[in-house]
Design a protein around this ligand. Structure first.
Ligand SMILES: [Zn+2]
Length: 207
């Protein structure tokens, strides 16, 4: 832990992240609620630049992504990141409560973002994208946060099986995906064969 915490820390809202360089405590802030009214929380630590946004628990049956995000919160609190970091460890709390992939309406949140490649017809039911883009409160909470936070990059942590692990990137994130590969040794992929959210990189956490 840092030692400069004698004064009461200047907490800031997740939506204002990245501006207060003196404050490195992680403060959970409710940024929205699920269909079943479970809170969706963002843990933010301000830094000197545009923050990095880390999302996990988008799929409720990938608890390792949540555990990794929680561990990351602990580590970053101790290590003092240079830039701001905002972590949403459980994007889909209803799914997570039941260890189910999709949310309470059976929507795959990862396919519900209004991306250019949004598809109304899922290849398989488990990928059901919802009746329209951003139809789900979980998706809208993340979109609202992205719009106000304007993160420099977004990293989404998933867990995936059957040797499909990779650092999947979208947009100008190839360098980040490559840098991650030097650490986690996962292959870098621009596409994993289907539309998904505008995440920059996915990280495999299942052995
Ligand atoms: Zn996933």
């Amino acid at each position: 832990m840092n030692s400069s915490t004698t004064a009461s820390p200047r907490y800031h809202h997740a939506n204002q992240g990245g501006r207060d360089a003196t404050h490195l405590e992680f403060v959970p802030t409710k940024i929205g609620a699920s269909r079943q009214r479970r809170a969706i929380n963002a843990h933010s630590a301000a830094g000197s630049g545009q923050p990095t946004l880390i999302l996990a628990g988008m799929h409720g049956d990938e608890p390792k992504s949540v555990h990794l995000a929680m561990r990351f919160i602990e580590l970053i609190t101790q290590e003092r990141p240079a830039g701001g970091v905002v972590i949403v460890p459980i994007v889909n709390p209803d799914g997570y409560a039941l260890r189910k992939r999709r949310n309470d309406a059976g929507v795959d949140i990862n396919r519900n973002f209004p991306t250019a490649n949004w598809e109304s017809a899922p290849r398989r039911f488990r990928y059901y994208p919802g009746p329209r883009p951003a139809s789900e409160p979980e998706t809208r909470a993340i979109i609202a946060m992205i719009e106000s936070l304007k993160p420099a990059r977004i990293v989404t942590i998933h867990s995936i099986n059957r040797r499909r692990h990779c650092n999947n990137y979208d947009g100008p994130a190839k360098q980040i995906a490559r840098a991650m590969s030097r650490k986690n040794e996962y292959p870098v992929r621009a596409s994993i064969g289907y539309a998904c959210s505008k995440a920059s990189a996915n990280e495999h956490t299942t052995p």
